[in-house]
Design a binder for this molecule. Structure first.
Ligand code: XMP
Length: 317
């Protein structure tokens, strides 16, 4: 029978045998999968594991520092690299979603490669790939085939000449969370919503600028913290805010404004392959709308996305 405890015992044993005294590098994203993979590997090989966490300038508000702190608390050897400016520079003026994804993926590999090469004699690249990632990348499922290639940092192992180790490859998300719990990881970390690798870069429809990132980070933080305060966060699989490439007229005092529109999105799902929009309480939506419009300069209109997947996707691009 599969239990988290037996999985951990077997996997740690296998990892020890496979990796011996080799050095391993792992890219942390702040998400559940890479974090559980890191803790599991740390159990098996301890200081021979080095983790790299890249700030691509497209993370949630304050996320880089918070995540870095929590990893360090767990005793992991983590290197944090702030590469925001590089990503913003390379994304300047690029509107096409697939082009943005490619740039973000390529920049990530470049930054990661430079840092990983500073680790002497590194032989393995560890990844937090889980079973649905494996399925999604082989299924002909429209754009998600390319989507997941970045998620799994495609091209990286070949470029770096590393062998790949993926200890969670046969698990589903709920099993990963149970393994994390059995590894004593914090519920706040294990309960985190999924977040796309290209981050806010694909939630800014149209070109990315640091100012748009700031606006979206502020709106997103209000929404996510609101969900937590209202006890709704754990009832939702994933939530976020999209910055639309639309401006609309509004009034502020006696002034006419012409500002941006954001869409709030919250979905229920078990694996991200299908999803239903969540019937969030009107009072909550009203509160969020007020707060975002009053507090975030640059936004004068908030809408709520009531589309399910399929035919809509979770992200907008
Ligand atoms: P969609 O938008 O296809 O998303 O319904 C399904 C799940 O995948 C995430 N997603 C991505 N993850 N790179 C990623 O690592 C991407 O380019 C990407 N696009 C979507 C999305 O957040 C959702 O959890």
């Amino acid at each position: 029978d599969w239990t988290p405890a037996s999985f951990i015992e077997t996997t740690v044993k296998e990892l020890k045998a496979k990796l011996g005294n080799d050095r391993v590098v792992l890219g942390l994203s702040g998400g559940v999968d890479s974090s559980v993979a890191a803790v599991l590997l740390h159990r098996a090989i301890s200081k021979n594991l080095t983790c790299i966490f890249v700030d691509n300038g497209l993370l949630r508000k304050d996320e880089f520092q918070q995540v870095l702190d929590s990893y360090q608390h767990m005793g992991l050897n983590v290197i944090g690299v702030d590469a925001s400016q590089k990503f913003w520079d390379d994304l300047a003026g690029v509107r096409e979603p697939e082009a943005k994804r490619k740039i973000i993926g390529r920049d990530f590999i470049e930054v990661f490669d430079v840092e990983a090469h500073k680790i002497k004699d590194v032989k393995w690249l560890a990844q937090g790939t889980i079973y649905p990632d494996v399925i999604e990348s082989v299924s002909v499922n429209g754009p998600s085939a390319t989507i997941k290639s970045h998620h799994n940092v495609g091209g990286l192992p070949e470029k770096m000449n590393l062998k790949v180790v993926e200890p969670l490859k046969l698990l589903f998300k709920d099993e990963v969370r149970r393994v994390g719990k059995a590894l004593d990881m914090k519920p706040e970390l294990l309960g985190r919503h999924p977040f796309p690798g290209p981050g806010l870069g694909i939630r800014i429809l149209s070109d990315v600028t640091p100012e748009k990132v700031r606006v979206l980070q502020e709106a997103d933080a209000i929404f996510i913290n609101g969900l937590k305060e209202w006890g709704l966060y754990d009832k939702v699989w994933q939530a976020g805010v999209m910055l639309l490439p639309v401006q609309s007229v509004g009034v502020m005092g006696d002034e006419r404004t012409y500002e941006n529109v954001v869409a709030l999105r919250a979905v229920a799902s078990t694996d991200g392959m299908t999803a239903d929009w969540v019937h969030l309480p009107y009072e909550f939506l009203a509160k969020m709308s007020n707060e975002i419009i009053n507090k975030v300069r640059g936004i004068n209109r908030v809408v709520y996305d009531i589309s399910s997947k399929p035919p809509a996707t979770i992200e907008w691009e």
